[in-house]
Design a protein around this ligand. Sequence first.
Ligand SMILES: [Zn+2]
Length: 261
Amino acid sequence: MLIDIGVNLTHPSFGKDRDTVVAAAEKAGVCPLIVTGTSIKESCGAYDYAAGLPGRCFATAGVHPHEARDCDAGTIPRLRELAQFPEVVAIGECGLDYNRDYSPRPVQREWFEKQVLLACELNMPLFLHERDAFDDFVSILEQNCPKNIKKVVHCFTGQERELFKYLELDCYIGITGWVCDERRGEHLLTLLKYIPTDRLMLETDSPFLTPRSLPYAQSRNTPANLVHIAGIVSAALSKPLTELSAETFQNSCEFFGIGRR
Ligand SMILES: [Zn+2]
């Protein structure tokens, strides 16, 4: 069994067949799914969906840096409300994205910091996004987030220096199908061995990041493809798939408090 810690199930590309996608993932051995909240609206949608499938889906509540420009005085109180539901297992997706810069950088930093403080206040894990913003991202974490607050850098795509800094900050590392991309993800295959076994988690980031090494083309990524990603990671680590699955499953349960809430 595998847990997909990053599924954008509220994305419109799943609008017509969300339940089928979840059922196909379960049939492939991927359950539960952590549905990513990326704005207030999507976080409400993620919670609603997870509440309808108890034990099979959980949700995060947060605002992605792309959406930070829409935050206002109501944002944090609304996230705080959502976080009270047992189905909501982390604050995020939040962080910084200087690759697209859809929100101005100072605005991204302001709302990232506020969400970090909310996670600290609620003693909840953080589901983090960082792209081309490493230095500012680390400095916000160092200044606002004590080590005992759990945090995962989801969809890690960085280099060795970045990985080691995240591990020093006690971050978990989320690995996606980026690792299957021979054009830009090959370095991750060699970095995997530096991730301690108790810090690694797996995710598809569906419907994005369809693994390029799938045997047949797919128009969108789905959580069932986590099995393929796990296979690539297990080969790169020369570790049996059953062992990798058990370790990452356990890490994800502990991280999100699944089975204890
Ligand atoms: Zn992300």
